[in-house]
Ligand binder design. Structure first.
Ligand SMILES: [Zn+2]
Length: 116
């Protein structure tokens, strides 16, 4: 008897093979159902295949999210570096005015970010 993998939706370890007109594995916690097939062996295999592909999909989604966050962080770093370089080259009175505007823009960007 092949062992059942945890539910791909709630992570609960114990699934149960249910037999009606077709056979399928059902999670006893969140009632997620595996594909309906004929026979307990096929039902277990189908459940385990889906559990695998679901966690793979989750891992890929997480990796994509991290990549997007890294890219956004890099973009912000570049933008900040550009502002610092520009301000370094200005007379102090001009730099002070620009810094004021930057701070106000940053403040409103942060407020929008919090509201999201
Ligand atoms: Zn479940």
């Amino acid at each position: 008897m092949s062992e059942l993998k945890p539910c791909p939706f709630c992570g609960k370890q114990v699934g149960k093979v249910t037999q009606h007109t077709h056979t399928f594995v059902k999670c006893e916690k969140c009632t997620a159902k595996g594909p309906h097939v004929s026979g307990a062996k096929l039902a277990r295999e189908a459940w385990n295949t889906r559990a695998e592909s679901s966690s793979e999909a989750d891992a890929m989604a997480s990796a994509a999210l991290i990549a997007r966050q890294d890219a956004e962080l890099q973009r912000l770093r570049d933008a900040a570096q550009k502002v610092v370089t520009e301000i370094d080259q200005m007379p102090p009175s001009m730099a002070a005015g620009i810094l004021c505007n930057e701070i106000l823009e940053l403040k409103s960007a942060l407020q929008q970010g919090v509201g999201r």
